[in-house]
Design a protein around this ligand. Structure first.
Ligand SMILES: [Zn+2]
Length: 364
């Protein structure tokens, strides 16, 4: 089948598992919230220039430099109304892009500078998602959002944040994550937090194998109970090729594939942070061909200047993916979500499959 058009990619139902709330704000909103709150550190108050500034600042081939740009989006989301607005707009923007299910993550500990408690931060975000989902449904683009609560791997509050995630699990929080600079901050620093989550039968995804290699992935899976890997792109370091070009999987890579561990891959972001050299050479192509459980994600829509439609368009063009490939990746993502099983199946059977069948019928 042919490479889908941008219109088809936009219309196709999409599922997003890896998206950061503070990485996906609208530039105009950042500017308005800064004005409301007397935040004076923005480099410009022109939305087009600000968007370009974020992208330029992020695209420096280094994870630590990439993360520097978040100071401003975090700086203007220190009140409950600001957090609710950011969350509502995220839900609306994703829905308008054809995303039918998304897990959006944020780190509550970064939003307490003006006195909000951790509970108030989570409540404000969950309320914002509810508003955004209601608005999206009214606009004819229904979306379901699951919330992931993230602890900063460079800090020492992960057990408290894990307990916070558990406290709000019946109000929309579906899992726990750690994020931030990876080198020097292995997942096992946060073992207590992960063990708490596991004891409570809750869900774990870990940023691992992005800026740092196989040891980080190994710890995430075999010590910390990660059910999915955020990025996981460095798993390719455990794959070699024999004389006839046949792939040889090391034990860790084989485990990841055998156990169907989902990889939350974010190609554009990986190019920005230097985790991949270019989109065209991104390992997602090979990992998909080898039938790893690959998913396509945005990571940070503002900093990397991408939407799910953009990301799929780039991949389809670079790797000759067609609608059947998109459907496979989308079903992979939905199967891998932390949403309840029956509702996952409902989304796959009632939304994703009919959506692709319609598009494939039209283009046949
Ligand atoms: Zn991320």
């Amino acid at each position: 089948m042919a490479i889908p058009t941008r219109e088809q990619i936009h219309a196709a139902p999409k599922v997003l598992l890896h998206d950061h709330l503070d990485g996906g704000m609208r530039p105009q909103t950042v500017i308005e919230l800064a004005a409301e709150q007397g935040y004076e550190d923005l480099p410009t108050t022109d939305p087009v220039e600000l968007a370009a500034w974020f992208t330029r600042g992020a695209d420096r081939r280094n994870l630590e430099l990439y993360l520097e740009t978040f100071a401003h989006t975090v700086g203007v989301t220190q009140t409950a109304p600001a957090l609710s607005r950011a969350a509502a707009e995220a839900a609306e923007d994703l829905a308008a892009d054809g995303v039918v299910y998304a897990e959006v993550r944020f780190a509550p500990e970064l939003h307490t500078e003006k006195g909000l408690s951790l509970d108030q931060v989570v409540q404000a975000v969950l309320a914002g998602f509810e508003t955004g989902m209601a608005n999206a449904a009214k606009a004819g683009n229904p979306i379901q959002i699951g919330t992931l609560v993230t602890a900063m791997r460079t800090a020492a509050r992960s057990s408290e944040i894990a307990a916070l995630a558990l406290k709000h699990r019946d109000a929309g929080v579906v899992g726990f994550d750690i994020a931030g600079a990876e080198a020097g901050f292995p997942p096992t620093r946060h073992l207590d937090a992960f063990q708490l989550i596991m004891r409570e039968n809750f869900h774990i995804t870990i940023h691992a194998g992005e800026a740092f290699g196989l040891p980080s992935i190994h710890e995430a899976l075999q010590y910390c109970g990660a059910e999915r890997l955020g990025h996981g792109v460095r798993i390719v370091d455990d794959i070699t090729f024999g004389p006839d070009g046949e792939p040889i999987l090391g034990r860790l890579a084989a485990y990841v594939r055998d156990r169907r561990i989902p990889l939350e891959m974010c190609p554009t972001s990986n190019v920005n942070t230097g985790a991949a050299e270019s989109l065209e050479t991104h390992p997602i192509r090979m990992l998909k061909d080898l039938r790893f459980r690959v998913t396509v994600n945005t990571d940070n829509r503002l900093m990397s200047d991408v939407s799910m439609t953009d990301e799929f368009e780039k991949c389809c063009n670079a790797f000759n993916w067609d609608l059947a490939d998109m459907q496979w990746l989308t079903v992979n993502a939905m199967k891998s979500s932390f949403w309840p099983f029956q509702e996952r199946l409902d989304i796959i059977n009632n939304i994703i499959k009919p959506g692709y069948a319609k598009l494939m019928g039209e283009s046949a």
